[in-house]
Design a protein around this ligand. Structure first.
Ligand SMILES: [Mg+2]
Length: 128
């Protein structure tokens, strides 16, 4: 899966739902990704600030304490170039535009399929 392209890349998973987080961890572990986790927006900002070598942040939008949009804008203050991909349950066009206009590099629609996630990460790394 992914032909090893993701091996050694560092990804921060931001997800408050534990079973979803474990699922994403399992997919990325198989791909050889170095994984960091955060369960809310504020924790995401802290982890992103303390780990300047993160390649990609996979950001849930609906999060406790601080939502994904606010967390992104805080992260952009310290890490302008990191790739941040929104995870969204919504597929309405208005939300896609809002996501991209908010400074996310890309988005992925839940429920997330493993091959879609791998493809999405590789596409964004190659574009960077
Ligand atoms: Mg959530």
């Amino acid at each position: 899966m992914g032909n090893g392209y993701l091996t050694g890349k560092k990804v921060l998973i931001v997800e408050d739902d534990l079973s979803s987080r474990l699922y994403l961890n399992k997919i990325l572990e198989k791909a050889g990704v170095i994984i960091l986790n955060a369960g809310d927006g504020l924790e995401a900002v802290k982890v992103a600030s303390n780990n300047p070598d993160i390649d990609i942040i996979l950001m849930d939008l609906q999060l406790p304490i601080m939502d994904g949009y606010s967390a992104l804008s805080k992260i952009r203050e310290v890490r302008n170039n990191v790739i941040v991909i929104a995870q969204t349950a919504y597929s309405l066009m208005g939300d896609k535009e809002k996501i991209l206009n908010s400074g996310f590099n890309d988005y992925i629609i839940k429920p997330i399929l493993s091959q879609n996630l791998i493809d999405k990460l590789i596409t964004n790394l190659k574009r960077d």
